[in-house]
Ligand binder design. Structure first.
Ligand code: ATP
Length: 297
């Protein structure tokens, strides 16, 4: 029995760590047959078409009831606009993204997309409408082409190649032994953090999602590539309502609104210029990062 339990336990851990990384997971959930945290309720309907408005209404959440993580979070992202969430480590930034993707349900309050409570729509339709560029992309043990097309299995080879070009991956793929047919993942070619992130970006470009979640999308890239990628993301972002979970403030300057989160509460909000003028937590973080960058050169 022990021999059976150990691998199951490992799978459980793997599942949890992947979920933490915010991957499109419905397939994997089934595969691992673990009790999912949320289920479709009876009568759940597909998310209807809509412009992509996101609303958090007095959302509170705790992983463990003794430790509240988010407290009465309110915000609205108008269609095709960008909201960035910043704040110290552990503030609850990634948790906001996980709730929007409905890995968990709020303990109080509600989350709406185009006026629909996430609890009333099927998870498949919700996840079909969202693309996530996570901090750490998990690749499937399959070809790099399959990994890019994941989320849009009907994509043509030409569309896959166009997405790879837009994500600055095509030169890299051209140098691989089997091109788009090269096996990647644990049992294939190991990609660097930046390469994996570009696969996630290509996936998002291909998916043209109603909502885009960027979890610090440019963290693993060198600065020249980062510039280009940021421009590309901006272009996808123009067609999608975007939530950016940011650690480096340089990635949020252009956001339509920035929320500053501290210990689960919104302590400041506004545009970059408004927040600098407040001389509060954001202005302090900004000064510290600017000084840091000068030191590093
Ligand atoms: P960082 O900038 O370090 O990524 P963050 O602001 O994104 O931090 P979250 O990942 O949202 O923070 O985590 C908020 C709090 O929730 C942290 O205290 C973290 O330890 C806790 N937490 C995160 N995931 C879980 C989980 N699956 N179970 C229990 N607690 C968790």
């Amino acid at each position: 029995l022990i021999q059976l339990i150990r691998p199951m336990d490992r799978l459980g851990q793997l599942y949890r760590s992947i979920r933490q990384a915010l991957v499109d997971l419905d397939q994997l959930v089934e595969l691992l047959a673990e009790e999912p945290e949320v289920r479709d309720r009876s009568g759940a309907v597909p998310l209807p078409q809509g412009p992509g408005e996101v609303r958090f209404e007095a959302v509170s959440f705790a992983y463990d009831p003794r430790h509240p993580i988010l407290e009465r979070i309110d915000f609205r992202i108008p269609p095709k606009r960008t909201l960035a969430v910043v704040g110290p480590t552990g503030a609850g930034k990634s948790t906001i993204a996980r709730l929007l993707f409905r890995f968990y349900d709020p303990s109080e309050g509600r989350i709406l997309i185009d006026g629909r409570d996430l609890r009333d729509v099927t998870q498949a339709s919700l996840r079909g409408a969202i693309a996530v560029v996570p901090q750490d992309t998990v690749l499937f043990n399959d070809t790099i082409g399959y990994n890019i097309a994941f989320g849009r299995p009907d994509a043509s080879q030409a569309e896959i190649e166009a997405a790879a070009r837009a994500a600055e991956l095509s030169g890299f793929i051209a140098r691989l032994p089997d091109g788009y047919g090269t096996l990647v993942g644990e049992r294939g070619l190991k990609l660097s953090g930046g390469e994996k992130q570009r696969v996630a970006i290509a996936r998002a470009i291909l998916k043209r999602p109603r909502l885009l979640i960027l979890d610090e999308a440019t963290s693993a890239l060198d600065s020249a590539t980062e510039q280009t990628i940021r421009r590309r993301l901006h272009e996808i972002g123009r067609g999608s309502t975007t939530l950016v979970i940011a650690h480096r403030l340089s990635t949020v300057v252009d956001a339509d609104e920035i929320l500053v989160l501290d210990r689960g509460r919104i302590v400041e909000r506004g545009t970059h210029a408004q927040l600098l003028a407040r001389h509060g937590l954001y202005a302090g973080l900004w000064r510290r990062q600017a000084a840091e960058q000068e030191r590093v050169g």
